[in-house]
Design a protein around this ligand. Structure first.
Ligand code: SF4
Ligand code: SF4
Length: 476
């Protein structure tokens, strides 16, 4: 206000040559102050009106303009599809302040602003809001929007949902196991239900819908079933469409090959060689993707770039516009992967686990740290936004300063601050030493401006809780 006051004084002096603006100065400043506030409101209304006018005029092409809630991996995986189906974002909501004011670019050349929920409700008070988050977030965000006065009718989802017992993986994910002789629902080895594969993957996908629909009915009618014992089952908003939309090809088949020998992985212990594959991840991928049975693939079957079918697989991926994720050890650079990154079709996830060549060689069994880092740099040049880096905490191996600091400086160069993950080694119990190392890693990342996240499937709920508590103690 005092700045405004001296500016008015200066203006008055320039216009009249007099400094005797007198007693009306405060009135004048107050009025100008009000006008300036009104102007910024008008600017905001004009912006909204312009966007809605554009929206109306483009409605001729039956486009639906809406606010999109969520900026994470689900949104990234589904944005292009949503746009191609006629949904056009007015803006994106993210309540994380570090993400606000950033811009999201779509492959169609459009750019969208990320703003807070409060700002979005102010700018677009009547627009529909699409929740662009994983199924397990739908209920909480729906409640949050209602608490903020959003009418239920304005809250939309990418597909029809219902309130019932379910879990985030049940009804959309298909995973093959036991060398593709059977398929199952989820990553929970203890409680998941298996069904025999017919050997014909198209037939399996049809039977999947029938089998899982029956399982969901049994769960909700409290008939005997294995899921009811699982801690993941809970009442929430789940999709009504039961269909394997996502194919996961994890490293559990002992049929695909990897060129590394990570100390925490069993793949290489089976001595599978490249040529020795009867049914491989490629066969399943080809069947599901060529027949358009899935639109989303998480590929983690040993090392994709070491597969003799890698190039064909990446070509089919691009042709069919599959979205998803590729996990790679990044030892072999593939143009096809860089292209999928550039086309916003995949995120690339690499578990680097070390910050020095010596520790890397000890963990991975191969001495090629700088080759991997160089390849990650090249992938990052294709799409930094889609890069994910992971650090599996291995007490006594990578919990020293040199490795953590080395990893963090590479992460700062290669990925965005929200896409660094830490994980627990599945094969071991979490120990006090690991808890300490994890807290140390998180604090080091935070000091460097990185906001690391847990790779949640590797921790139990109580382990995550314990880490949270230890973290808050360590920062007091
Ligand atoms: S409830 Fe548990 S066992 Fe059932 S599908 Fe979900 S994660 Fe798997
Ligand atoms: S790179 Fe992945 S698949 Fe290969 S040995 Fe390591 S963990 Fe296993």
């Amino acid at each position: 206000m005092s700045q405004a006051r001296s500016k008015v004084k200066e203006l008055f002096h320039r216009l009249t040559g007099s400094t005797a603006i007198g007693y009306r100065l405060d009135d004048l400043v107050n009025q100008l102050w009000t006008i300036s506030n009104e102007l910024s409101e008008i600017k905001s209304v004009l912006r909204t009106t312009r966007m809605l006018t554009e929206a109306n005029s483009t409605n001729m092409n039956s486009n639906t303009y809406a606010v999109f809630y969520g900026t994470g991996s689900f949104m990234q995986a589904n944005l292009e599809r949503a746009i191609s189906e006629g949904l056009v974002p007015l803006c994106f909501i993210d309540n994380d302040k570090t993400s606000q004011k950033k811009i999201i670019n779509s492959s169609t050349g459009m750019s969208f602003e990320i703003i807070s929920l409060h700002e979005a409700l102010k700018r677009f008070p009547t627009a529909d809001i699409y929740i662009m988050l994983e199924q397990n977030m739908l209920l909480n965000i729906t409640k949050l929007l209602i608490e903020h006065g959003v009418n239920k009718e304005r809250i939309k989802y990418l597909q029809k949902v219902e309130y019932r017992l379910g879990c985030s993986q049940l009804g959309s994910l298909i995973i093959y196991s036991d060398n593709y002789k059977e398929y199952t629902t989820c990553c929970s080895p203890r409680y998941r239900t298996y069904w025999k594969s017919s050997g014909d993957f198209v037939q399996d996908s049809i039977e999947y819908t029938e089998n899982v629909t029956k399982l969901i009915a049994d769960i909700n009618e409290k008939k005997p079933n294995k899921c009811s014992e699982c801690s993941m089952i809970h009442e929430a908003l789940w999709s009504c469409v039961i269909k394997c939309k996502m194919l996961m090809l994890p490293s559990i088949h002992r049929r695909d090959y990897c060129n590394f020998k990570c100390i925490y992985c069993g793949s290489w212990k089976d001595n599978v060689i490249k040529q020795h594959m009867d049914i491989s991840a490629w066969d399943v991928f080809k069947a599901f993707v060529s027949n358009e049975l899935v639109k989303d693939v998480r590929y983690n079957s040993y090392e994709i770039t070491a597969s003799p079918h890698c190039d064909e697989m990446l070509e089919l991926w691009k042709q069919k516009r599959i979205v998803g994720e590729i996990l790679t050890n990044a030892s072999i650079f593939k143009n096809g992967i860089a292209e999928l990154l550039r086309e916003n079709l995949i995120t690339l996830n690499c578990s680097l686990d070390a910050g020095t060549p010596e520790t890397f060689a000890k963990i991975k069994g191969v001495d090629c740290f700088w080759d991997v880092v160089d390849n990650l740099r090249k992938y990052s040049a294709s799409s930094r936004d889609r890069m994910r880096l992971k650090y599996i905490i291995l007490p006594g191996i990578n919990d020293n300063d040199a490795d953590m600091d080395g990893f963090i400086s590479i992460a700062l160069e290669i990925v965005n601050e929200n896409f660094v993950f830490y994980a627990h080694n599945f094969n071991t119990q979490i120990t006090e030493q690991e808890v300490e190392a994890t807290v140390k890693f998180i604090n080091k990342c935070k000091n460097a401006g990185i906001n690391p996240k847990p790779n949640e499937v590797t921790y139990s709920v109580s382990e995550l809780d314990m880490l949270k508590k230890r973290l808050s103690k360590s920062t007091k």
